[in-house]
Design a protein around this ligand. Structure first.
Ligand SMILES: CCC[C@H](NC(C)=O)C(=O)O
Ligand SMILES: NC(=O)OP(=O)(O)O
Length: 316
């Protein structure tokens, strides 16, 4: 595994899930694999789960760690080719990335989209420049259009909790007070399309995701219809892709409630977190035994650990 940017970097998705579940039972099985190796974690944006779970996974593999908040701890970085750097960016990615590559054997990058220029965001301008210039394997800690470590953890959770060979999994849009990226739903959709699940996406009109992520999923604007007989409900807000970065709808009727969960086949409730209680989902659902959001977040360690193992095996 050269880089981990999307499901395409997982040669065998099911094998990755099985290895991750094995790590869950034996977390220190490869405790020395990362000995004398260093991983750098660069955050352009906030994080709790990604920041802590990737550090724990690295520790389980004996990796040394460096963590940096880009822009606060380091210089502001310029990504424009040919830029005349007379603004507030002190360093160009063409220097910063290879220098980081001098210190780190693997580099994780979190960089959210700007949500104003769709072409720029969907070209993955930031993470692709790190891939081009660092000279080391790059792991996405959520990029402009994907969040693969989250999606692998989501699939691990579904695999360990499913009660039938091919569960019905529903990705439902839910309201939010801010315009959020499409990265999590995009990534969840492409991993579900790569898994053996009956996958349904439901959202209001105007929130269609990019076709390359929707794939063969069934799509409906009727949320109640989608919830019928579902085994997993995955709630997430995202801003419009078609009217890029806009909030078109804050209709509270799309919030996930116990009433709606009663339409399902006793479904588990999933969310990548952080979640806005009583905006995205009502307290009663999050506080019910059907909510698996904490177990799902715990699986981020095994998701990161199995990816780091694959990357380490490619550089040792
Ligand atoms: C893991 C989710 C990170 C981010 N969420 C927020 C609230 O910014 C998002 O929606 O992409
Ligand atoms: N789900 C997730 O990636 O959480 P953080 O943004 O807190 O890392």
């Amino acid at each position: 595994m050269q880089n981990f940017l999307s499901v395409k970097d997982a040669v065998d998705v099911q094998a990755l899930v099985k290895e991750a579940l094995l790590y869950k039972k034996t977390p220190y099985a490869d405790k020395h694999l990362g000995r004398n190796r260093t991983m750098g974690l660069l955050f352009f944006n906030s994080s709790l789960r990604t920041r802590l779970s990737t550090q724990r996974a690295a520790q389980n593999l004996g990796l040394e760690l460096m963590v940096m908040n880009v822009g606060q701890d380091s210089w502001g970085l310029e990504f424009e080719d040919g830029a005349i750097m007379d603004g507030n960016k002190a360093e160009h990615i063409k220097e910063a990335a290879p220098v980081i590559g001098q210190y780190c054997d693997i580099v994780g990058i979190r960089s959210f989209p700007g949500l104003t220029d769709r072409e720029e965001d969907y070209s993955e301008k930031v993470i692709s420049q790190f891939v081009k210039n660092t000279g080391r394997p790059i792991v996405s800690l959520e990029s402009a259009t994907r969040h693969p470590l989250q999606s692998l953890a989501d699939l691990i959770t579904i695999e360990e909790l499913k009660t039938k060979p091919r569960p019905k999994v529903v990705l439902t849009w839910a309201p939010h007070v801010k315009a959020l990226p499409q990265a999590v739903p995009n990534s969840f959709a492409e991993w579900m399309n790569a898994a053996d699940v009956d996958f349904v996406i439901t959202h209001p009109e105007g929130y269609e995701l990019a076709p390359e992520f929707v794939g063969n999923a069934k799509v409906t604007h009727n949320q109640e219809e989608a919830f019928k007989d579902a085994d997993f409900i995955y709630a997430k807000n995202w801003s419009s892709y078609t009217k890029y970065g806009q909030i078109l709808n804050q209709d509270p009727s799309w919030m996930v409630t116990m009433e709606k969960m009663k339409l399902t086949n006793n479904a588990k409730f999933m969310h990548c977190l952080p979640v806005r209680r009583n905006i995205v989902v009502e307290d009663a659902v999050l506080d019910s035994p059907n909510s698996v959001v904490v177990q799902q977040a715990g699986n981020r360690v095994w998701s990161a650990q199995v990816v780091m193992k694959q990357i380490l095996l490619s550089i040792i």
